[in-house]
Design a protein around this ligand. Sequence first.
Ligand SMILES: [Zn+2]
Length: 102
Amino acid sequence: MKTMILEWLSPMDTKPLRLIDRPDPTPGSGEVLIKVAACGVCRSSLHMIEGDWASKGLPAKLPIVPGHEIAGSVESFPLERAEEALRRLKCDPFEARAVVVP
Ligand SMILES: [Zn+2]
């Protein structure tokens, strides 16, 4: 899968994000796999990328894949925990779409 990764904090005009290929993830227990159709970049993401919140411990680690406002479709999830997973996603189980803002 294609991923924009942040390896160091820097102003956006220095282009700190790098496009890489990563193996497709496998959801673990209690997790779902979401195929991201689009990801917003809000001002919060830009503050983190540019290091404005480094003194507050954000991000907690590097490298990191920024972005927390995604829209996509659930690709797979453990059936035994489907109800809990959908509730955590704030997703109606009868809706085919969800917006995830952790
Ligand atoms: Zn945001």
